[in-house]
Design a binder for this molecule. Structure first.
Ligand code: LLP
Length: 420
Protein backbone atom coordinates (compact mmCIF):
# COMPACT_ATOMS: atom_id res chain seq x y z
CA UNK A 1 0.00 0.00 0.00
CA UNK A 2 1.33 3.41 -0.91
CA UNK A 3 0.62 4.82 2.57
CA UNK A 4 3.17 2.36 3.94
CA UNK A 5 5.85 3.57 1.56
CA UNK A 6 8.21 6.52 1.90
CA UNK A 7 9.12 8.60 -1.09
CA UNK A 8 12.75 8.50 -2.03
CA UNK A 9 14.74 11.53 -0.90
CA UNK A 10 15.23 14.09 -3.63
CA UNK A 11 18.92 14.68 -3.73
CA UNK A 12 19.13 15.88 -7.31
CA UNK A 13 19.56 19.44 -6.08
CA UNK A 14 22.56 18.41 -4.06
CA UNK A 15 24.07 16.44 -6.91
CA UNK A 16 23.72 19.43 -9.21
CA UNK A 17 25.59 21.66 -6.75
CA UNK A 18 29.09 20.97 -5.61
CA UNK A 19 28.85 17.46 -4.18
CA UNK A 20 30.24 17.03 -0.68
CA UNK A 21 33.26 14.87 -0.27
CA UNK A 22 32.23 11.21 -0.29
CA UNK A 23 31.58 9.02 1.58
CA UNK A 24 28.98 10.78 3.72
CA UNK A 25 25.78 9.95 5.56
CA UNK A 26 22.60 11.92 5.25
CA UNK A 27 19.33 11.68 7.13
CA UNK A 28 16.04 12.59 5.49
CA UNK A 29 14.03 14.66 7.97
CA UNK A 30 10.74 13.85 6.25
CA UNK A 31 11.33 10.11 6.68
CA UNK A 32 12.48 10.62 10.29
CA UNK A 33 9.28 12.51 11.02
CA UNK A 34 7.13 9.94 9.22
CA UNK A 35 8.67 7.15 11.32
CA UNK A 36 8.08 8.93 14.63
CA UNK A 37 4.58 9.98 13.60
CA UNK A 38 3.74 6.37 12.64
CA UNK A 39 4.95 5.11 16.01
CA UNK A 40 2.87 7.68 17.87
CA UNK A 41 -0.18 6.94 15.71
CA UNK A 42 0.19 3.22 16.40
CA UNK A 43 0.02 3.79 20.17
CA UNK A 44 -2.76 6.38 19.69
CA UNK A 45 -0.42 8.78 21.53
CA UNK A 46 -1.40 7.04 24.78
CA UNK A 47 0.43 8.99 27.52
CA UNK A 48 1.01 5.78 29.48
CA UNK A 49 3.05 4.26 26.66
CA UNK A 50 6.46 5.89 26.31
CA UNK A 51 9.05 5.44 23.62
CA UNK A 52 12.52 5.46 25.17
CA UNK A 53 14.45 5.60 21.92
CA UNK A 54 17.65 3.49 22.10
CA UNK A 55 20.05 6.27 21.19
CA UNK A 56 22.89 3.84 20.48
CA UNK A 57 21.25 3.38 17.07
CA UNK A 58 21.89 6.99 16.07
CA UNK A 59 22.83 9.72 18.51
CA UNK A 60 23.11 12.65 16.10
CA UNK A 61 21.70 15.79 17.73
CA UNK A 62 19.58 16.47 14.64
CA UNK A 63 17.99 13.03 14.92
CA UNK A 64 17.45 13.35 18.68
CA UNK A 65 15.78 16.73 18.16
CA UNK A 66 13.16 15.22 15.86
CA UNK A 67 12.49 12.28 18.17
CA UNK A 68 12.13 14.62 21.13
CA UNK A 69 9.60 16.70 19.25
CA UNK A 70 7.44 13.58 18.94
CA UNK A 71 7.61 12.97 22.68
CA UNK A 72 10.32 10.32 22.88
CA UNK A 73 12.55 9.75 25.89
CA UNK A 74 15.86 7.88 25.75
CA UNK A 75 17.34 4.48 26.51
CA UNK A 76 21.03 5.09 27.16
CA UNK A 77 23.96 2.70 27.65
CA UNK A 78 26.89 4.91 28.67
CA UNK A 79 27.82 8.02 30.59
CA UNK A 80 28.61 9.76 27.31
CA UNK A 81 25.14 8.99 25.98
CA UNK A 82 23.77 10.44 29.22
CA UNK A 83 25.71 13.68 28.64
CA UNK A 84 24.67 13.95 25.00
CA UNK A 85 21.04 13.13 25.81
CA UNK A 86 20.87 15.74 28.57
CA UNK A 87 22.58 18.28 26.28
CA UNK A 88 19.93 17.56 23.65
CA UNK A 89 17.32 18.68 26.19
CA UNK A 90 15.93 15.34 27.38
CA UNK A 91 14.96 15.53 31.04
CA UNK A 92 16.51 12.96 33.43
CA UNK A 93 13.03 11.64 34.12
CA UNK A 94 12.74 10.76 30.40
CA UNK A 95 15.85 8.58 30.45
CA UNK A 96 16.36 4.91 31.31
CA UNK A 97 19.85 3.46 31.62
CA UNK A 98 20.58 -0.11 30.41
CA UNK A 99 23.83 -2.06 30.13
CA UNK A 100 25.81 -4.76 31.89
CA UNK A 101 28.94 -2.72 32.43
CA UNK A 102 28.02 0.60 33.98
CA UNK A 103 31.12 1.82 35.81
CA UNK A 104 30.96 3.21 39.33
CA UNK A 105 31.45 6.67 37.84
CA UNK A 106 28.52 6.12 35.49
CA UNK A 107 26.32 4.82 38.30
CA UNK A 108 27.19 7.88 40.39
CA UNK A 109 26.37 10.17 37.44
CA UNK A 110 22.96 8.51 37.02
CA UNK A 111 22.22 9.00 40.72
CA UNK A 112 23.44 12.59 40.71
CA UNK A 113 21.39 13.39 37.59
CA UNK A 114 18.36 11.49 38.93
CA UNK A 115 17.96 9.32 35.82
CA UNK A 116 14.44 7.93 35.92
CA UNK A 117 15.28 4.21 35.96
CA UNK A 118 18.63 2.45 36.24
CA UNK A 119 18.10 -1.01 34.78
CA UNK A 120 20.16 -3.39 36.88
CA UNK A 121 21.65 -6.37 35.07
CA UNK A 122 23.47 -8.30 37.80
CA UNK A 123 23.60 -9.05 41.54
CA UNK A 124 26.95 -7.25 41.72
CA UNK A 125 25.54 -4.10 40.13
CA UNK A 126 22.61 -4.16 42.55
CA UNK A 127 24.89 -4.48 45.58
CA UNK A 128 27.11 -1.69 44.29
CA UNK A 129 24.10 0.56 43.79
CA UNK A 130 22.88 -0.17 47.32
CA UNK A 131 26.27 0.96 48.64
CA UNK A 132 26.36 4.03 46.41
CA UNK A 133 22.79 5.05 47.32
CA UNK A 134 23.97 5.52 50.92
CA UNK A 135 26.33 8.28 49.67
CA UNK A 136 23.36 10.23 48.31
CA UNK A 137 20.75 10.19 51.09
CA UNK A 138 19.02 13.22 49.59
CA UNK A 139 18.55 11.54 46.18
CA UNK A 140 15.99 8.94 45.21
CA UNK A 141 17.59 6.04 43.33
CA UNK A 142 15.01 4.38 41.10
CA UNK A 143 15.96 1.05 39.63
CA UNK A 144 14.48 -1.74 37.56
CA UNK A 145 15.55 -5.34 37.09
CA UNK A 146 16.33 -6.62 33.62
CA UNK A 147 14.94 -10.11 33.33
CA UNK A 148 16.60 -12.73 31.14
CA UNK A 149 14.02 -15.50 30.61
CA UNK A 150 16.32 -17.85 28.68
CA UNK A 151 14.17 -17.57 25.54
CA UNK A 152 15.64 -18.04 22.10
CA UNK A 153 14.81 -15.62 19.30
CA UNK A 154 15.26 -16.20 15.61
CA UNK A 155 17.69 -13.49 14.65
CA UNK A 156 21.40 -13.08 14.05
CA UNK A 157 23.18 -14.61 17.07
CA UNK A 158 25.08 -11.38 17.77
CA UNK A 159 21.86 -9.44 18.32
CA UNK A 160 19.96 -12.03 20.38
CA UNK A 161 20.06 -11.26 24.10
CA UNK A 162 17.46 -13.41 25.87
CA UNK A 163 19.36 -16.63 26.56
CA UNK A 164 21.53 -17.50 29.55
CA UNK A 165 24.38 -17.82 27.02
CA UNK A 166 24.19 -14.03 26.79
CA UNK A 167 25.62 -11.59 29.28
CA UNK A 168 22.38 -9.63 29.60
CA UNK A 169 19.82 -9.48 32.39
CA UNK A 170 19.21 -11.87 35.28
CA UNK A 171 17.36 -15.14 35.69
CA UNK A 172 14.11 -15.03 37.69
CA UNK A 173 15.70 -16.78 40.69
CA UNK A 174 18.43 -14.14 40.87
CA UNK A 175 15.90 -11.30 40.79
CA UNK A 176 13.86 -13.00 43.53
CA UNK A 177 16.94 -13.44 45.68
CA UNK A 178 17.81 -9.74 45.33
CA UNK A 179 14.31 -8.70 46.35
CA UNK A 180 14.78 -10.70 49.56
CA UNK A 181 17.76 -8.49 50.53
CA UNK A 182 17.34 -5.29 52.45
CA UNK A 183 17.64 -2.10 50.42
CA UNK A 184 18.56 1.43 51.44
CA UNK A 185 15.53 3.63 52.13
CA UNK A 186 16.23 5.89 49.18
CA UNK A 187 16.52 3.05 46.64
CA UNK A 188 13.27 1.84 45.16
CA UNK A 189 12.53 -0.86 42.62
CA UNK A 190 10.02 0.52 40.13
CA UNK A 191 10.38 -1.49 36.96
CA UNK A 192 10.76 -4.90 35.38
CA UNK A 193 12.36 -4.92 31.97
CA UNK A 194 13.02 -7.44 29.23
CA UNK A 195 14.73 -7.18 25.83
CA UNK A 196 15.11 -10.38 23.85
CA UNK A 197 17.05 -9.00 20.92
CA UNK A 198 16.85 -7.08 17.67
CA UNK A 199 15.36 -7.59 14.23
CA UNK A 200 12.22 -9.24 15.57
CA UNK A 201 9.49 -9.78 13.00
CA UNK A 202 7.21 -12.24 14.77
CA UNK A 203 4.78 -10.59 17.17
CA UNK A 204 4.79 -13.86 19.09
CA UNK A 205 8.25 -13.05 20.47
CA UNK A 206 6.96 -9.84 22.07
CA UNK A 207 3.89 -11.58 23.49
CA UNK A 208 6.01 -14.46 24.83
CA UNK A 209 8.27 -11.93 26.54
CA UNK A 210 5.21 -10.23 28.05
CA UNK A 211 3.97 -13.59 29.31
CA UNK A 212 7.33 -14.27 30.96
CA UNK A 213 7.44 -10.92 32.74
CA UNK A 214 3.88 -11.33 33.97
CA UNK A 215 4.76 -14.76 35.30
CA UNK A 216 7.71 -13.32 37.22
CA UNK A 217 5.63 -10.37 38.44
CA UNK A 218 3.06 -12.82 39.87
CA UNK A 219 5.73 -14.67 41.83
CA UNK A 220 7.08 -11.35 43.15
CA UNK A 221 3.63 -10.34 44.38
CA UNK A 222 3.11 -13.73 46.05
CA UNK A 223 6.49 -13.71 47.76
CA UNK A 224 7.05 -10.06 48.56
CA UNK A 225 3.71 -8.27 47.99
CA UNK A 226 5.66 -5.91 45.75
CA UNK A 227 4.33 -4.32 42.59
CA UNK A 228 6.15 -2.15 40.06
CA UNK A 229 4.50 0.66 38.10
CA UNK A 230 6.77 0.39 35.04
CA UNK A 231 6.97 -2.44 32.54
CA UNK A 232 9.82 -1.95 30.06
CA UNK A 233 9.40 -4.28 27.08
CA UNK A 234 12.73 -3.41 25.44
CA UNK A 235 13.17 -2.68 21.76
CA UNK A 236 13.80 -4.90 18.78
CA UNK A 237 11.08 -4.14 16.24
CA UNK A 238 12.50 -5.34 12.92
CA UNK A 239 13.24 -3.35 9.78
CA UNK A 240 12.97 -5.06 6.41
CA UNK A 241 16.28 -4.12 4.81
CA UNK A 242 15.18 -5.69 1.53
CA UNK A 243 12.44 -3.08 1.21
CA UNK A 244 14.13 0.13 2.26
CA UNK A 245 11.14 2.36 1.55
CA UNK A 246 8.51 0.26 3.32
CA UNK A 247 7.61 1.32 6.86
CA UNK A 248 8.19 -1.05 9.77
CA UNK A 249 5.05 -2.69 11.08
CA UNK A 250 4.27 -0.13 13.75
CA UNK A 251 0.56 -1.04 13.63
CA UNK A 252 0.91 -4.51 15.08
CA UNK A 253 3.72 -3.41 17.39
CA UNK A 254 1.43 -0.65 18.67
CA UNK A 255 -1.27 -3.25 19.32
CA UNK A 256 1.23 -5.22 21.35
CA UNK A 257 2.21 -2.18 23.42
CA UNK A 258 -1.46 -1.40 24.11
CA UNK A 259 -2.05 -4.98 25.14
CA UNK A 260 1.01 -4.90 27.41
CA UNK A 261 -0.29 -1.75 29.09
CA UNK A 262 -3.73 -3.27 29.52
CA UNK A 263 -2.30 -6.42 31.08
CA UNK A 264 0.04 -4.45 33.36
CA UNK A 265 -2.84 -2.25 34.54
CA UNK A 266 -5.09 -5.27 35.08
CA UNK A 267 -2.37 -6.97 37.08
CA UNK A 268 -1.60 -3.88 39.17
CA UNK A 269 -4.96 -2.27 39.90
CA UNK A 270 -4.62 1.12 41.52
CA UNK A 271 -1.01 1.63 40.40
CA UNK A 272 -0.21 4.36 37.92
CA UNK A 273 1.12 1.95 35.28
CA UNK A 274 3.37 2.79 32.34
CA UNK A 275 4.79 0.72 29.51
CA UNK A 276 8.16 1.70 28.05
CA UNK A 277 9.39 0.64 24.61
CA UNK A 278 13.10 0.96 23.82
CA UNK A 279 12.99 0.69 20.03
CA UNK A 280 15.97 2.20 18.26
CA UNK A 281 16.43 0.92 14.73
CA UNK A 282 12.79 1.13 13.63
CA UNK A 283 12.73 4.89 14.27
CA UNK A 284 15.82 5.82 12.25
CA UNK A 285 17.14 3.10 9.97
CA UNK A 286 15.24 4.01 6.83
CA UNK A 287 15.91 7.72 7.18
CA UNK A 288 19.66 7.24 6.72
CA UNK A 289 21.68 6.86 3.51
CA UNK A 290 25.40 6.39 2.99
CA UNK A 291 26.54 8.02 -0.25
CA UNK A 292 29.69 6.68 -1.83
CA UNK A 293 31.62 7.05 -5.07
CA UNK A 294 33.10 4.36 -7.29
CA UNK A 295 36.90 4.60 -7.15
CA UNK A 296 37.35 2.04 -9.89
CA UNK A 297 35.91 -1.21 -11.21
CA UNK A 298 38.19 -4.24 -11.02
CA UNK A 299 37.52 -7.56 -12.72
CA UNK A 300 39.04 -11.01 -12.20
CA UNK A 301 38.11 -14.37 -13.80
CA UNK A 302 35.38 -14.87 -11.22
CA UNK A 303 34.04 -11.50 -10.15
CA UNK A 304 33.51 -7.84 -10.81
CA UNK A 305 34.45 -5.62 -7.89
CA UNK A 306 33.01 -2.14 -7.62
CA UNK A 307 35.63 -0.57 -5.38
CA UNK A 308 33.97 2.35 -3.65
CA UNK A 309 35.21 4.96 -1.19
CA UNK A 310 32.96 3.75 1.66
CA UNK A 311 33.97 0.65 3.57
CA UNK A 312 33.45 -1.42 6.68
CA UNK A 313 34.72 1.57 8.66
CA UNK A 314 31.70 3.66 7.66
CA UNK A 315 29.19 0.78 7.72
CA UNK A 316 30.30 -2.35 9.50
CA UNK A 317 26.96 -4.19 9.44
CA UNK A 318 27.62 -6.26 6.25
CA UNK A 319 31.05 -7.37 7.55
CA UNK A 320 29.88 -8.05 11.10
CA UNK A 321 26.43 -9.59 10.63
CA UNK A 322 26.45 -10.36 6.93
CA UNK A 323 23.69 -7.76 6.88
CA UNK A 324 21.95 -6.87 3.66
CA UNK A 325 21.67 -3.22 2.59
CA UNK A 326 20.12 -2.42 -0.78
CA UNK A 327 22.53 -0.35 -2.86
CA UNK A 328 21.39 1.78 -5.78
CA UNK A 329 23.19 3.79 -8.41
CA UNK A 330 22.21 7.39 -7.89
CA UNK A 331 21.66 8.49 -11.45
CA UNK A 332 19.34 5.48 -11.73
CA UNK A 333 17.25 6.11 -8.62
CA UNK A 334 16.96 9.76 -9.52
CA UNK A 335 14.94 8.62 -12.51
CA UNK A 336 17.49 9.10 -15.25
CA UNK A 337 17.10 6.17 -17.59
CA UNK A 338 17.28 3.40 -15.00
CA UNK A 339 15.50 0.77 -17.08
CA UNK A 340 17.53 1.45 -20.22
CA UNK A 341 20.89 0.89 -18.52
CA UNK A 342 22.66 -2.45 -19.02
CA UNK A 343 23.54 -4.11 -15.76
CA UNK A 344 25.97 -6.66 -14.33
CA UNK A 345 26.82 -8.31 -11.02
CA UNK A 346 29.23 -6.80 -8.52
CA UNK A 347 30.73 -7.22 -5.12
CA UNK A 348 30.67 -3.69 -3.75
CA UNK A 349 33.84 -3.43 -1.69
CA UNK A 350 35.78 -0.73 0.14
CA UNK A 351 39.48 0.19 0.28
CA UNK A 352 40.11 -1.44 3.69
CA UNK A 353 42.64 -4.29 3.83
CA UNK A 354 40.24 -7.06 4.87
CA UNK A 355 38.39 -9.56 2.68
CA UNK A 356 35.42 -8.93 4.95
CA UNK A 357 35.37 -5.34 3.76
CA UNK A 358 32.28 -5.41 1.57
CA UNK A 359 29.03 -3.47 1.54
CA UNK A 360 27.23 -6.02 -0.63
CA UNK A 361 28.13 -9.18 -2.51
CA UNK A 362 27.01 -10.44 -5.88
CA UNK A 363 24.37 -7.79 -6.49
CA UNK A 364 22.99 -6.55 -9.80
CA UNK A 365 23.73 -2.91 -10.59
CA UNK A 366 23.79 -0.80 -13.75
CA UNK A 367 27.24 -1.08 -15.33
CA UNK A 368 29.47 1.09 -13.18
CA UNK A 369 32.48 3.23 -13.89
CA UNK A 370 34.85 5.45 -11.98
CA UNK A 371 33.06 8.43 -10.42
CA UNK A 372 29.57 6.92 -10.33
CA UNK A 373 27.63 7.60 -7.17
CA UNK A 374 25.78 4.99 -5.16
CA UNK A 375 23.71 5.13 -2.03
CA UNK A 376 23.47 2.45 0.61
CA UNK A 377 19.96 2.39 2.03
CA UNK A 378 18.64 1.74 5.56
CA UNK A 379 21.85 3.09 6.99
CA UNK A 380 20.36 5.37 9.65
CA UNK A 381 20.63 2.86 12.51
CA UNK A 382 23.95 1.42 13.67
CA UNK A 383 25.63 3.01 10.64
CA UNK A 384 27.56 6.12 11.61
CA UNK A 385 27.09 5.02 15.23
CA UNK A 386 29.38 2.03 14.65
CA UNK A 387 31.83 3.74 12.33
CA UNK A 388 35.49 3.59 13.23
CA UNK A 389 38.85 4.72 11.97
CA UNK A 390 40.59 1.45 11.08
CA UNK A 391 43.26 2.00 8.41
CA UNK A 392 43.35 5.62 9.68
CA UNK A 393 40.17 6.42 7.85
CA UNK A 394 38.25 9.50 9.01
CA UNK A 395 34.76 9.11 10.44
CA UNK A 396 32.42 10.24 7.65
CA UNK A 397 30.51 13.53 7.50
CA UNK A 398 26.82 13.61 8.35
CA UNK A 399 24.21 15.82 6.68
CA UNK A 400 20.55 16.47 7.30
CA UNK A 401 18.24 16.78 4.31
CA UNK A 402 15.76 19.16 5.88
CA UNK A 403 12.06 18.87 5.39
CA UNK A 404 11.91 21.86 3.06
CA UNK A 405 14.67 20.38 0.89
CA UNK A 406 17.80 22.24 1.99
CA UNK A 407 20.94 20.57 3.30
CA UNK A 408 22.62 21.08 6.63
CA UNK A 409 26.11 19.85 7.37
CA UNK A 410 25.94 18.29 10.84
CA UNK A 411 29.71 17.77 10.97
CA UNK A 412 32.52 17.20 8.51
CA UNK A 413 34.76 14.13 8.35
CA UNK A 414 36.58 13.53 11.67
CA UNK A 415 40.19 12.38 11.79
CA UNK A 416 40.17 10.61 15.13
CA UNK A 417 43.93 9.98 15.26
CA UNK A 418 44.59 13.73 15.22
CA UNK A 419 43.16 13.74 18.73
CA UNK A 420 45.36 10.90 19.98
N1 LLP B 1 17.13 -1.98 24.40
C1 LLP B 1 18.24 -2.67 24.68
C2 LLP B 1 18.47 -3.10 26.08
C3 LLP B 1 19.15 -2.99 23.67
O1 LLP B 1 20.24 -3.70 23.97
C4 LLP B 1 18.91 -2.57 22.35
C5 LLP B 1 19.84 -2.88 21.28
C6 LLP B 1 17.73 -1.84 22.09
C7 LLP B 1 16.87 -1.57 23.14
C8 LLP B 1 17.37 -1.35 20.72
O2 LLP B 1 17.20 -2.40 19.82
P1 LLP B 1 16.60 -2.10 18.36
O3 LLP B 1 15.19 -1.62 18.54
O4 LLP B 1 17.44 -1.03 17.74
O5 LLP B 1 16.70 -3.38 17.65
N2 LLP B 1 24.49 -3.21 16.03
C9 LLP B 1 23.39 -4.12 15.81
C10 LLP B 1 22.26 -3.93 16.77
C11 LLP B 1 22.68 -4.04 18.21
C12 LLP B 1 21.54 -3.81 19.14
C13 LLP B 1 22.02 -3.65 20.52
N3 LLP B 1 20.98 -3.43 21.46
C14 LLP B 1 22.94 -3.97 14.35
O6 LLP B 1 23.52 -3.18 13.62
O7 LLP B 1 22.01 -4.65 13.94
Amino acid sequence: MTTHQFSKPQIKGMLAQELPQTPFYFYDENILRALSASFQAAISSDPDIHLHYAMKANSSQAVLKVLKEYGAGLDIVSGEEMKVGLQAGFRPDQIVYSGVGKSEEELRASIENEISVILVESREEFLELCTLAADYPQKKVRIGFRFNPNLNVETHPYIATGLWDHKFGMADEEILSLLALSRPQNLSVECLSIHLGSQIFQDKVFYDALGEVLRLARVIVEKFSLRFPILDVGGGLGVNYEKPFQKPDFESYGKFLKKALLEWKKFNPGLSCKVYSECGRALVSQAGFLVTKVIRVKRNPKKNFAIVDASMTELIRPALYNALHVIEKLSGVQGEGKSAEPSERYDVVGPVCESGDFLAQNIELPVLQKGDLLWVTCAGAYGFAMSNSYNMRPLPAEYLLKKEGSWELLHGPVKVWNKL
